[in-house]
Design a protein around this ligand. Structure first.
Ligand code: ADP
Length: 176
């Protein structure tokens, strides 16, 4: 098995352009679109993603915080989009760290279940949902490293950092 750190990449930029088997969307519980990375993914991926989301909503009525669902990647380079709902930051004493870790874990499990070998994550909850970037980066890295330690079917995890601040925190957590 390749070492854990050798299976992790950090990139700065736009997740809609990343070439991995799946990319993760920081969605909201309605699954019907929003701003930020969600808006960018639906714009770049086209209407097929929203059509799949609507089917999921009809079946199970959205997605709870910490959980994840999967759709087509539409016109994106990625085959699938995994939509997960991050916690809204509310001071940190309302289960936010565990909920954020669940987003990473459940997205990775769904990727494995759909035979994905590579996955890209944005900084879930670090935009409109207000999670402090430094703490979010620590949880993101720890959860991914723990998952990769027990699983060798994922070859590559890419942390896609939209801003330089989050990029620096992620690199620091990885001792890069
Ligand atoms: P949330 O509601 O979970 O906070 P946001 O979409 O508001 O979700 O922000 C999540 C993170 O995604 C933020 O750090 C934001 O800077 C980043 N982001 C926004 N657009 C993109 C994009 N195209 N690619 C990667 N990351 C993005």
């Amino acid at each position: 098995m390749k070492g854990i750190i050798a299976r992790i990449e950090v990139q700065q930029g736009d997740i809609t352009r990343v070439v991995t088997d799946c990319i993760v969307n920081a969605a909201n519980s309605s699954l019907l679109g929003g701003g930020g990375v969600d808006g960018a993914i639906h714009r770049a991926g086209g209407p097929a993603i929203l059509e799949d989301c609507r089917r999921i909503v009809a079946r199970q009525g959205g997605c709870k915080t910490g959980e994840a669902v999967i759709t087509t990647g539409g016109n994106l380079p990625a085959r699938y989009v995994i939509h997960t709902v991050g916690p809204v930051w509310n001071g940190g004493t309302h289960g936010e760290p565990e909920k954020l870790a669940n987003c990473y874990r459940n997205s990775l499990k769904l990727a494995v279940g759909n035979h994905c070998r590579s996955i890209a994550f944005p900084g879930i909850s670090t935009g409109v949902y207000g999670y402090p970037k430094e703490e979010a980066a620590a949880i993101a890295v720890k959860t991914v490293v723990d998952f990769l330690t027990g699983n060798d079917s994922i070859d590559k995890v890419v942390f896609v950092c939209f801003d330089v601040e989050y990029y620096r925190y992620i690199r620091r957590e990885l001792n890069l």
